[in-house]
Design a protein around this ligand. Structure first.
Ligand code: HPA
Length: 274
């Protein structure tokens, strides 16, 4: 079976459940934001394991389901749980859902994540809209034969992070009185956190944040012509900046602390992103 055939089966399965009404925005909920999906009205829940060809996530705390419904008057589809390369999925598998969204006719993709803060002028707990990314990890989710139905073999990445969406996010943050940084997200595969030397290198290269998700999905989205927005919750200062060691607990705790304002910001963006 070809990738396109699989994508068509997956998207047809979801469309059969949701009906023909168009979904405005697909939202990938990162660590700490998963609860937002529970706030959708008239929600329809589809477990990943029921969708033909869909990968099934294994990370504790990641639920592994689509929640489709209304938020702030828009029709949204939330991924509660995403696929990470460090779990053992191929990059191609990590971006499979994004390609399904494209097959469903969804035009906007909102990626959220937890990330380490590289910029020493900022603090843990800050929110950052992604202006651009760096990925030096060699894999690409688009390696291999290119299904022309999805997008072109060689394509431009200079407008991957939509200016219109970023402006929407900044205006939304202003209206809510929530501080919003803007900067460059650098992808590391994980699952190990970075070394202090890697973080110094990232800073020299122009990164403001580091994380283990989001970039593969953004590449696939750019390929497929989706308008993409990314917001990171900077849950911890990256390795070597502070004396203390990094741990996943801190990531979860900061995520919890910031959850209310992050959710409010996501809602305001969903309401106004046109
Ligand atoms: N590094 C990579 N990914 C992360 C971090 C980090 O410091 N914090 C949360 N996700």
């Amino acid at each position: 079976m070809t990738l396109i055939e699989k994508l068509k089966e997956s998207s047809a399965f979801i469309r059969n459940r949701t009906g023909e009404e168009k979904t405005d925005i697909a939202i990938v909920l990162g660590s700490g934001l998963g609860d937002l999906a529970d706030e959708l009205e008239d929600a329809l829940i589809i477990d990943y394991k029921d969708i033909p060809h869909f990968p099934v996530s294994t990370v504790p705390g990641h639920k592994g389901r689509l929640v489709i419904g209304e938020l702030e008057g828009r029709r949204v589809l939330c991924m509660q749980g995403r696929f990470h390369f460090y779990e053992g999925w191929s990059m191609q598998e990590c971006v499979y859902p994004v390609q399904v969204f494209r097959m469903m006719g969804i035009e906007k993709l909102f990626l959220t994540n937890a990330a380490g803060c590289v910029n020493t002028l900022w603090s843990a707990g800050d929110l950052m809209v992604i202006s651009d990314h760096i990925k030096l990890a060699l894999e690409s989710p688009l390696r291999g034969s290119n299904p022309d139905e999805l997008g072109p073999r060689f394509f431009d990445m200079s407008s991957t992070w939509s200016e219109n969406a970023r402006n929407t996010a900044k205006a939304a943050a202003d209206r809510l009185g929530i501080g919003l940084r803007e900067g460059v997200y650098m992808y590391f595969t994980g699952p190990q956190f970075e070394t202090p030397a890697e973080i110094r290198a990232a800073r020299i290269l122009g990164a403001d944040a580091v994380g283990m998700s989001t970039v593969p999905e953004a590449i696939a989205a750019s390929h497929a012509g989706l308008e993409t927005l990314g917001i990171s919750c900077l849950t911890n200062m990256a390795a070597g900046i502070l004396k203390q060691k990094l741990n996943h607990q801190e990531v979860l705790e900061t995520g919890e602390r910031v959850k209310a304002s992050f959710s409010a910001l996501v809602r305001e963006i969903v309401r106004t992103w046109k």
